[in-house]
Design a binder for this molecule. Structure first.
Ligand SMILES: Cc1cc2nc3c(=O)[nH]c(=O)nc-3n(C[C@H](O)[C@H](O)[C@H](O)COP(=O)(O)OP(=O)(O)OC[C@H]3O[C@@H](n4cnc5c(N)ncnc54)[C@H](O)[C@@H]3O)c2cc1C
Length: 418
């Protein structure tokens, strides 16, 4: 069986719903959201805590209420949301293979927008050694158990990681009457923002930084976690579970065997400043683009992408001449977008997004063929959003024939942070 639509959106989370609603409000009809879960709403559905919605609804909401509002808005705008529908393959030219209720069928869209979000790195991906007992899970899995199924999988877990989502794990534990035994971070400091740093202590969760050699111990269930402390001494903490939190990566499984180019730095699709992928029938938005942003950011980013998709529908999908944008210094982790269309019509992203591998105090440069196109001060740490203007690069970059590419390198002169 095969059917058609104008825009198919893969993923009914924050980005997918925001994008679909905006497209409808721009007057585009034939918008289908494909969501593999039985309910749309994405990650916020199981984030049963504040703060969501300030930017979007000017109200402080818990995740599930926020997700419901996004769904209500999309339905009111006339979006066709198909839940329980998993996209299993992306074909050239905007054709999708789907599975719904055990049936498979194809959907041909004029444009497809991928909004499949991020997930946390698993224990295996983080190379955490030790036994294989029951009771090891990600924050996302814990949230699903607590908020969607009303379960309490353990009483005294250890939390591995200190990103914002680790604080979300503490809040989820509090909701279920779970008291974390400890929080362990391999880095020298907390990854969540400075003003959030006292949060674990306020909740009575001890924190240890600079730890190494983390091992999970236990026969049937988790019994303890062993580690070396910042001074290299062996330590052990008793616990009955482990929450492996953070270290996000884009949910890009669909792209592995697809016509779309993947950026090894972000782990998401290669896009241009319009959010267009290497096959011009495909766009991408939300946290699939990079690890990781807040819901509010993804919501706004998706609204902007919707305007670009609506404009693109008015013309034939075709590959554009692009300039490659890549990082060229060990301190820089990724840059987004990875391609720039010179001489493009207005409406693309005004800023590129970058992230660091380590704290840096220095300058950020954009250069091309040895010529400096732009530079700006840089003084920040990993996991923080870094923005740099695209305008000076596009106007300065040499313009090439269609599909000919040149390289613009973002490099950085760094000195140790104070
Ligand atoms: C565990 C966890 C906790 C988080 N906590 C917070 C928080 O407290 N506050 C905050 O602001 N942000 C949080 N985030 C970040 C979160 O990614 C954003 O808030 C927001 O959900 C991003 O929206 P999105 O649409 O990009 O992705 P998502 O909301 O993740 O939506 C992606 C959707 O795509 C669907 N999907 C994926 N693959 C397919 C497929 N093949 N076929 C069909 N559907 C598919 C998924 O089921 C999902 O519903 C958290 C992220 C995670 C992973």
């Amino acid at each position: 069986m095969s059917e058609g639509c104008r825009v198919a959106i893969v993923g009914g989370g924050t980005a997918g719903l925001s994008l679909a609603t905006t497209l409808r409000r721009l007057g585009v009809s034939g918008i289908v959201v494909l969501e593999r879960e039985e309910d749309a709403g994405g990650v916020p559905r199981h984030c049963g805590h504040y703060p969501f919605g300030l930017r979007e609804f000017k109200r402080l909401l818990k995740g599930p209420d926020y997700a419901r509002r996004l769904v209500r808005e999309a339905i009111a705008a006339g979006v066709d949301i198909r839940t329980g529908t998993a996209v299993t393959k992306l074909h050239k030219g905007g054709r999708l293979s789907l599975v719904c209720g055990g049936e498979t069928y194809d959907l041909q869209a004029e444009r497809v927008v991928l909004c499949t979000g991020v997930r946390e790195a698993s224990r295996a991906q983080r190379l955490i050694s030790g036994d294989r007992p029951i009771g090891v899970m990600s924050t996302g899995a814990l949230q699903g158990m607590v908020f969607l199924q009303g379960l309490r999988p353990f009483h005294r877990p250890v939390i591995l990681g200190s990103e914002l989502v680790s604080l979300s794990a503490i809040m989820t534990c509090a909701h279920a009457g779970i008291k974390p035994a400890m929080m362990l971070e391999e880095g020298p400091r907390m990854l969540a923002r400075g003003f959030m740093r006292p949060f674990p202590a306020l909740r009575g969760v001890p924190m240890r930084f600079g730890v190494g050699n983390i091992r999970i111990l236990g026969n049937r269930r988790v019994e303890a976690v062993s580690y070396t402390d910042a001074g290299g001494l062996p330590r052990e903490v008793s616990c009955d579970g482990v929450i492996v939190s953070g270290r996000f990566r884009p949910e890009a499984a669909l792209m592995q065997d697809s016509p779309l180019e993947i950026d090894p730095d972000t782990g998401g699709p290669v896009i241009d400043q319009f959010g267009r992928c290497s096959d011009p029938h495909y766009f991408a938005s939300g946290n699939l683009l990079r690890p990781v942003e807040t819901s509010g950011w993804c919501w706004q980013e998706a609204r902007d992408t919707a305007k670009r998709v609506a404009a693109d529908l008015a013309q034939e999908a075709r590959a554009q001449a692009t300039v490659t944008l890549s990082v060229n210094s060990p301190e820089l982790r990724f840059v987004l977008p990875q391609r720039l269309v010179p001489d493009a019509p207005p409406g693309g992203m005004a800023q590129m997004q970058l992230r660091l591998n380590k704290p840096v105090s220095g300058r950020l440069y954009a250069t091309s063929g040895g010529q400096r196109l732009w530079s700006g001060a840089l003084n920040t740490v990993p996991e923080r959003r870094i923005l740099a203007p695209i305008g000076p690069i596009i106007t300065a970059a040499p313009i090439h024939e269609v599909l000919m590419e040149t390289s613009v390198v973002c490099s950085m002169e760094s000195r140790p942070p104070k």
